[in-house]
Design a protein around this ligand. Structure first.
Ligand code: SF4
Ligand code: SF4
Length: 412
């Protein structure tokens, strides 16, 4: 824990309080311009926390919402003259919250613990299993291939998490508290979550995974798949600041992959890529699996240029999280006329999705604003490549997964 406090002090001490980050922080305006919900506020409060905690004090005021609402989008880092990141401060403070160094809301603690417990028990935060492998029914895989097609359940979980977020908006904190209380007491009750996915949405995300599979298959890549044994990568546990639990979970997932003879993991979404490529090696010393984004395996020769224009919503983790990962834009640009929205590239806007479960009203406002920006380009299509972006923006605007767009480009 000393390491976290040391790092927090190191980062926060560099802040010169210029406020540049406030203007780009997506949570600031939706939170009614309360400074503590902006990058600058998080940085300044973090500075005070580090001083108090370093001398052994426990912070009795609950400041945790300011940090749990941070989207980790890295927009602040792009404009900061001191080259510091309020997103990193949020990560560090969340770890301190979990360690009990500051107070936190009982309701959120219950939700967080529910997520951690169910993931540890079922290898999935919603206790889903059969539902995750439905998309692959009837498809062929190569059981002895060391190259794993790894969905992490991210696309498949979107219809369920979207419903949870909608219910939370409709019934407020009463709903999530009741759910969390129930599931923490009777873990098996999480099984009701499988009733939450709307069929049309389940079909949509399953079809996207099939498109990714088809692109790889047509590119000659031989893949294995773990079907119902496929574990969730642990993104939530890490994001919520449960360091020890994440370490143990990541080790378990790594062991599972190794026991199946896997040498390379082909991931299909930016969150799983970021976690497996950069966070797993930090907590699992023996992690030596190759992590590849599926687009890197694509044979671009199978694609043909198509008519019409497309607006590209670049996910934060692609533009700012994965260093220089311009492959998606390059591929899209090679098949269609791309129109970029006002905020693009390193300045792209977050979709708000990471706040969907805990701060749904902030997430909703961010999504509405970004959707307006995307529509303004008046393209024939809007395309993105992250299940969270597709799910959150998809409420306000018609948006297609890049894989589906590329499949259409192979058929023309
Ligand atoms: S990471 Fe994004 S949401 Fe978090 S403080 Fe920085 S700009 Fe704001
Ligand atoms: S831009 Fe950087 S230095 Fe300026 S207030 Fe934000 S964190 Fe501090």
């Amino acid at each position: 824990m000393m390491e976290e406090i040391k790092r927090l002090t190191e980062v926060a001490d560099k802040c010169i309080n210029c406020g540049f980050c406030e203007s780009v922080c997506p949570t600031y305006a939706p939170a009614e311009f309360i400074s503590s919900f902006s990058a600058r506020g998080r940085m300044l409060i973090g500075k005070e926390l580090s001083k108090e905690i370093a001398v052994g004090k426990r912070i009795s005021k609950d400041v945790s919402d300011y940090y749990y609402s941070c989207l980790g989008c890295n927009a602040c880092l792009q404009v900061c003259p001191a080259k510091i990141n309020a997103g990193e401060v949020s990560d560090l403070v969340r770890k301190l919250v979990v360690e009990g160094k500051t107070s936190e809301s009982k309701q959120r603690k219950m939700i967080a613990e529910m997520i951690v417990h169910t993931t540890m028990k079922y290898n999935n935060p919603l206790g889903l299993k059969k539902e995750l492998a439905l998309w692959a029914r009837g498809l062929s895989f190569f059981d002895d291939s060391p190259i794993l097609f790894y969905t992490g359940g991210m696309y498949q979980m979107m219809p369920y998490s979207q419903t949870l977020s909608d219910l939370q908006i409709r019934f407020g904190s009463f709903f999530s508290s009741a759910m969390a209380r129930l599931f923490n007491r009777f873990l098996f009750a999480i099984k009701v979550s499988k009733l939450l996915g709307k069929k049309s949405e389940v079909d949509k995300y399953n079809s996207t995974l099939k498109d990714i599979y088809t692109l790889l298959s047509n590119s000659g890549v031989k893949l294995s798949y773990l079907w119902e044994d496929e574990p969730y990568p642990g993104t939530f546990i890490n994001d919520l600041g449960y360091t020890q639990e994440f370490k143990s979970y990541a080790s378990r997932v790594t062991e599972l992959f190794k026991s199946k003879g896997i040498r390379e993991i082909v991931v299909v979404d930016p969150h799983t890529y970021q976690l497996m490529k950069y966070e797993y090696p930090k907590v699992v010393p023996e992690f030596d699996l190759k992590v590849t984004y599926y687009l890197d395996k694509l044979d671009r020769g199978i694609l043909k240029r198509r008519a019409g224009s497309v607006t590209y919503h670049e996910p934060c983790l692609i533009a700012r999280g994965i260093e220089n990962y311009e492959i998606p834009f390059e591929i899209l640009n090679s098949v269609a006329k791309v129109k970029l929205p006002r905020r693009n590239g390193k300045n792209t806007s977050c979709c708000g999705g990471p706040d969907g479960l805990l701060f749904p009203s902030i997430a909703k406002k961010i999504s509405e604003e970004r959707s307006r920006e995307l529509k303004r380009e008046k393209s024939d299509r809007i395309v993105s490549l992250c299940p969270i972006c597709i799910s959150h923006l998809g409420v306000n605007v018609e948006i297609t997964d890049l894989s589906t767009f590329l499949i259409e480009a192979t058929n023309h």
